[in-house]
Write a protein that binds this ligand. Structure first.
Ligand code: SF4
Ligand code: SF4
Length: 152
C-alpha cells in the first residue's frame, strides 16, 4: 500500500508548534494554545481550515518511519510564491538543535540541485534562506529583509 495512505500523525503535534495559524493568530514557533503537546488537538473537530489542509512531507510519504517530525525535530513542507518563487522547500525546527544534526545539509543540497531554494526556520526565531544561485527580485529581497531572513 502507498506509504502516504498508511501514515497518520498519531502522537506527533510538531506542526502545532512550528507553523503559524492565521485564523487563530497563532505565531510561528510557539505552541498553539489548543495543543496538548505529543498528544492531540483539543479542538480537533473544530480546528481551523489552515490546520485541516496541512500535511507535512513525512505524512505524504517522505523519509522513514523514524523521521516523523516529533522524533526528528524537523517539519518539512513546500510552499509556492508564484511567480516570484514557484517552489520553496521549508525546514522548520520543532526541537532546538535539530537543524544542526546530520542529514540536514544533504536535504538542503538535494533541494538546491533540483533548483528549489530552501528556507530554514530555527526554533530560536532565526531564519536562513539558501537561494542556490537563484536570482532574487528586489521585491523578494525586501520582503526577506523585512522578515529578518538571512540570505545565504
Ligand atoms: S508535523 Fe506532520 S506528522 Fe506531525 S502533526 Fe503535523 S502534519 Fe502530522
Ligand atoms: S488548532 Fe489544533 S491542529 Fe491547529 S495548531 Fe492548534 S492544536 Fe494544532
Amino acid at each position: 500500500m502507498n506509504i502516504a495512505l498508511q501514515r497518520v500523525c498519531g502522537g506527533c503535534t510538531a506542526c502545532c508548534k512550528t507553523h503559524a495559524v492565521y485564523e487563530i493568530e497563532k505565531p510561528v514557533g510557539k505552541w498553539c494554545p489548543h495543543c496538548e503537546p505529543s498528544r492531540e488537538c483539543r479542538i480537533y473537530a473544530d480546528r481551523p481550515k489552515g490546520c485541516r489542509g496541512f500535511r507535512c512531507e513525512w505524512l505524504k510519504g517522505f523519509g522513514e518511519e523514524d523521521d516523523r517530525p516529533d522524533k526528528s525535530g524537523l517539519v518539512l513542507d513546500y510552499i509556492s510564491f508564484r511567480p516570484l518563487i514557484p517552489r520553496l522547500f521549508q525546514i522548520w525546527e520543532s526541537r532546538g538543535g535539530a537543524l544542526r544534526e546530520a542529514g540536514v545539509k544533504e536535504l538542503i543540497d538535494l533541494s538546491l540541485r533540483n533548483c528549489i531554494p530552501v528556507v530554514l526556520f530555527y526554533s530560536s526565531g532565526k531564519r536562513e534562506f539558501f537561494s542556490g544561485g537563484m536570482e532574487l527580485s528586489k521585491e523578494v529581497e525586501q520582503a526577506m529583509r523585512r522578515e529578518k531572513v538571512k540570505i545565504l
